[in-house]
Design a protein around this ligand. Structure first.
Ligand SMILES: [Zn+2]
Ligand SMILES: [Zn+2]
Length: 346
């Protein structure tokens, strides 16, 4: 089969590889129906890399597919069913998993590849930029086949956003600012709207992403390059927002500036190449509460329900669908800030 392999630093190569063969009785063989191209893929392929990955590995960690074959110990699933895949389910036995933090599972970050230790699929173990992939049983979640593959492929980002949004407890009276309207910012925007936020301002430099934010529930969009974001927020929200969601990476100081006293900030944008200076005085005088959130944990079941209900306009997040042969086009489009979520259909 054809697969996109992380050959070396900065190099993703489409090549012929062996179709994977089921070896463990607790695994399943999946035919990939849709896989999202993620900012993390760009980070992995950056020179020098901004995110680690195993060399020689097939990338692709945001995917959905159909069960082709099941190990004899995999219960409760059948061949032909459509499934969402949790690419980092955690080992379930390390200290962090047992404390309720499978997103910080120790073996996941040791990239040991030891038998029985899950590595993040599509980062440290073979992923879904390929026709077939093997996944462990604890990664499988059934989803109704009526959910289109390009929507189901949003499961991994959506599960991360649902996990993060849970921390804020946004109410129908809340004023919310979202920084960034890439796929993640758009998912946050639609969830904030679904939670009943009274006013949502989205800040985003790209015009087509601002348009998408309006379609996803933003009340006001701002181009931070040509408008004074702080002025707009204070004009529209009085003494500042109740909540600010940072979905870009380096904007924590801005987020702290934009909330009112007692406001809450959520840092979700992930860019480890930047370490912005935090306005400590403002943080403490306003008694701002700052949350961090990383990958989803215990939120795949919620993701299935959200997708099957059809109540969120998830289709607004998907801008393109492309075959695997066009993966490099997809990556360079995202690099240039074009497109939203691009789904590859191997
Ligand atoms: Zn991702
Ligand atoms: Zn663990």
């Amino acid at each position: 089969m054809k697969a996109a392999v992380f050959e070396d630093i900065g190099k993703l190569v489409i090549k012929e590889v062996e179709k994977p063969v089921l070896k463990r009785s607790t695994d399943a063989l999946i035919r990939v129906k849709g896989v999202g191209v993620c900012g993390t893929d760009l980070h992995i392929l950056q020179v020098p890399p901004a995110h680690p990955a195993k060399k020689g590995n097939i990338l692709g960690h945001e995917f959905t597919g159909e069960i082709v074959q099941l190990g004899e110990e995999v219960q409760g699933f059948s061949v032909g069913e459509q499934v969402l895949i949790d690419p980092h389910p955690g080992c379930g036995v390390c200290d962090e998993c047992r404390r309720g933090f499978p997103d910080n599972c120790i073996p996941l970050y040791q990239t040991s590849g030891e038998e029985g230790h899950p590595d993040t699929i599509g980062i440290f173990s073979p992923g879904a930029y390929a026709e077939y992939v093997i996944v462990p049983r604890q990664s499988l979640y059934k989803i109704d086949a009526k959910v289109p593959a390009e929507i189901a492929a949003l499961a991994e980002p959506l599960t991360c956003v649902l996990n993060a949004a849970d921390k804020l407890q946004v109410q129908p009276s809340s004023y919310v600012v979202v920084l960034g309207a890439g796929p993640i910012g758009l998912l946050f925007t639609m969830i904030m709207k679904a939670r009943g936020a009274s006013k949502i301002i989205v800040s985003e430099p790209a015009a087509f992403r601002r348009d998408a934010a309006l379609e996803c529930g933003a009340d006001i969009v701002v181009d931070p390059n040509s408008e004074d974001l702080k002025r707009v927020v204070f004009r529209e929200m009085g003494k500042g927002a109740d909540y600010c969601i940072e979905a870009v990476g380096p904007l924590l100081p801005t987020a702290i500036e934009l909330v009112r006293a007692g406001g809450k900030v959520l840092q979700f944008g992930h860019d480890e190449t930047v370490n912005p200076e935090v306005p400590v005085g403002e943080l403490l005088k306003k008694e701002v509460i700052v949350y961090g959130a990383f990958i989803g944990k215990h939120s795949f079941e919620k993701t299935v329900r959200v997708m099957e209900s059809g109540k969120l306009p998830l289709e607004k997040v998907v801008s393109h669908t492309m075959p695997l042969s066009e993966i490099h086009t997809a990556l360079s489009m995202l690099q240039r800030g074009e497109g939203l979520k691009i789904i590859i259909t191997p």
